[in-house]
Design a protein around this ligand. Sequence first.
Ligand code: SF4
Length: 756
Amino acid sequence: QSPRAPLSRLEPGKFIDYSQLALRIEESREIQRRPLTYAEKILYAYTDELGVVERGKTQLKLRPQRIACQDATAQMAIIQFMSAGLQTTAVPTTVHCDHLIVGRDGQDKDLPNALNTHGEVYNFMSSASSRFGMGFWKPGAGIIHQIVLENYAFPGGIMVGTDSHTPNAGGMGMIAIGVGGADAVDVMAGLPFELTAPRIIGVRLTGQLSGWATPKDVINKLAEILTVKGGTGSIIEFFGPGSETLSATGQATICNMGAETGATTSIFPYSEAMTHYLRATDRHEIAQALGFASHELRADPGAQYDRVIEIDLSSLEPRINGPFTPDLSNPLSKFPDAIEKGSWPQELTAGLIGSCTNSSFEDMTRAASLAQQALDAGLKPQMPLLVSPGSEKTRETLHQDGTLQVFKDLESTLLTNACGPCCGSWDRQDMKKGTPNSIITSYNRNFTGRLDSNPATHIFLASPEIVMAKIFSRDLAFDPTKDTLLTPKGKEFRFQPPTGADLPSKGYATADQVYTAPPSTEQDRSGVEVQIMESSERLQRLSPFSPWSGNDFNNCVILIKAKGKCTTDHITPAGPWFRYRGHLDNISNNTLIGAVNAETHKINTVTNWLTGEDGDVPGTARKYRAESQPWVVIGDYNYGEGSSREHAALQPRHLGCVAIIAKSFARIHETNLKKQGVLALTFTKEEDYDRLVSSDRLSIGGLGGLEPGKPVVIAVDPTDGREGWKTEVTHTMTPEQILYFRSGSALNLMASRKNG
Ligand code: SF4
């Protein structure tokens, strides 16, 4: 027996050593001098320079073992990585083609359509994966989180992924954190991933699920308790005897939707179910090796949580969450009252099963058991049923097991193994936009317009079992646990509770044909040409940003003085701009078009202070760049809040921005600006925001002497006859981040270090 096992079946030469992990945990416990929760053990074991940690305060420098990127976010991440001139990603990295595939007619038509529409993007990602040593999961291979669970997740591991539902892997006892592209690029390039030590919310599970109750109901209930904000800055850690009773895939469902509470991630401690899942997915060596650390893969006795929530699985009822927010939760028995009170459309119009949240073998077999009961009684679905399998591996397993045939017998639409409707890529034909209607789904999100872009669609979230049973009645209030349906023969039919298996009895089918491994030697990889057409409007190679010239930024113009909220959506809106995410110059045409001009209260209208003409914001920025005129943005409170979208920092930098000066910054955006070499400066006197006029010229001085904690002096030179004045602004750059600024970007710095 060896404590060492391959990280996965697909990456020869990469190992996890469980003896080493147990040692590292012991060391970090000695440093902290207190019992540790399970999440803390894993986090601290993979942290550089560990000192005493204060949750909510200490900055951790984490060393994830892997990165998974979905196709929508991978494009710019890879393009940035390429610009650094590095040869291979520093940690194992995979790319997953799941978000771009539209769901409409089923896999047979939808997949070829996607290959046609997004061919150049897929070719780029596939060739770049081969060139830089990344594993490539082809279109139709499956949804990122399901593939990670089946191939890469293991107890005691740590990873990041460029998608919010990365925490899905917590079901296998892994710390798995969703990050923005900028953080992913850092990890790819060998930089640590920085994270404020999260608080730990403990969820103690007791009892055991039975009958209709499922893991989905656990998280639906927890979402109600925590609300959509209650997990922010925290890790949700499950423990207690109830956690031993759940399957690994059920635990993944729960961790997946922990994202709906804003949690950094969610995690279950090691249990036998994880070993069973590892073996069923052909990862026997890890299953064996983890015995060397299994005693550490749970919380220490006496470990302290910042808050403890108790959930009794035995008394849990099926729950339905929604509409419009995932934390509005009702038990099935009270749902009819809630429908009446909310005046929600009473007629159910579609059911959707699957996604990364709920497409496990267990989910599908239990849902199919209900479908079979109804089919046997002569009943037919009363509305379209769409099924999104999570992966080709699970789909093939379900095919071999006969479960898929049940879905075919229902005449459901078997979508591609991809996100499809779940990420809004649902070309829904049966409902006119704007028509109020109700749909039920086992997916995880239900914000306005999330699935079918119809703001009037009321999306309800439930277990696959409840979704399956409810599609046999058009009445949204139908309670399959007690109400009856009339069969064609006029008999009363009542569902019996679902049955299924948590794992396929013969293990999962192999479906490695949907994966492309990169060439194994650097020599072979270096011969691969990354495919980007010069004429492409969707993809563009990046040149490294210029290093700082060594001179102060004198006589800068103000591109816009923004008023009120200026989120990443105001800085770089999504919608139709989505397709340009891999083309920095094209997507830069949306830069700051949503920001409100503080002086005119107009959006996307500013004055070009070189010519006196009014114009749109990105166009004016381009004119400044053409004239080599440095420019800045003046921001209000919490500038850059919202998402971690790195484009919001890349685009201003691309168009010649040298500094953003704001009353305050959203933390992630501030970090992203620093990574791209843009100064993020904060007013020391907030009234200076009011004192500045858009036509003023600013000189940012003393840049040669930039030091952590040392203010920066700005000289204001009004052009309207007012007297000039000076003010101090602050920055939060560390010594390392000052080097980012000097090098032109964090990536430039990494590249210069790697290339000597
Ligand atoms: Fe995100 Fe839905 Fe895709 Fe899962 S299936 S990764 S939640 S879009």
